[in-house]
Write a protein that binds this ligand. Sequence first.
Ligand code: DC
Length: 230
Amino acid sequence: MGKITIAVDGYSSTGKSTIAKRLAAALNYVYVDTGAMYRAVTLYALDNGFIGTQDDIPALVKQLPKIKLKFVPNKETGRSEMFLNGENVEQEIRTMRVSRQVSKVASIGEVRTKLVEMQQKMGKDKGIVMDGRDIGTVVFPDAELKLFMTASPEIRATRRYKELLDKGEKVTFAEVLKNVEERDRIDSTRTISPLRKAKDAIEFDNGDMGLEEQFERIHEFAKRVIAREG
Ligand code: DC
């Protein structure tokens, strides 16, 4: 049976990466978290003073060729981790410091062009599950299966808040909810590749459904699409 391309888009903390990761493992496909790529560029911009108290977007754009991103599988967990210019930044890119600035960096056209090109290369042989915001609309508009994940901001913020507390970050629920809502707003109103449900994407609201149950449904559905289109 041939392989297909699976695009998973949606708002932050909708459980899309959990679903996408499990789907890739179950199908023996490659999993790519494109949010990690935007986060790594954001970390670079923060650490080099291109964003923060004062922003210098043109200077950041000039430095883009110097930003080398790579997913490297962790030998123990089998999960791929983000490396920025040779350094493992998997933990750091998930902090609030990065979350606060990432939507701004993701709205820069040159950043998107660079990352979309990398993503298209990664998926050229199909057999990939890619999660992000513009995968079904821009990166792989011809993907055979497109999923669009939603849930209310409160449910998503609750998930995110728990994750951050588990990691030992000192945050308040109100701050996390504000960040989730703010990122929704910026991500879906930006001029270039805004977060949109592709016309042919199937929407899943996982507000009141456990991720396990949702995964089973999506997995069954994916197998049918692969049998038909693969
Ligand atoms: O999936 P995430 O929350 O880790 O993504 C971080 C940010 O990156 C998100 O606020 C929007 C941006 N992003 C994007 O613009 N396009 C993508 N394909 C993936 C993420």
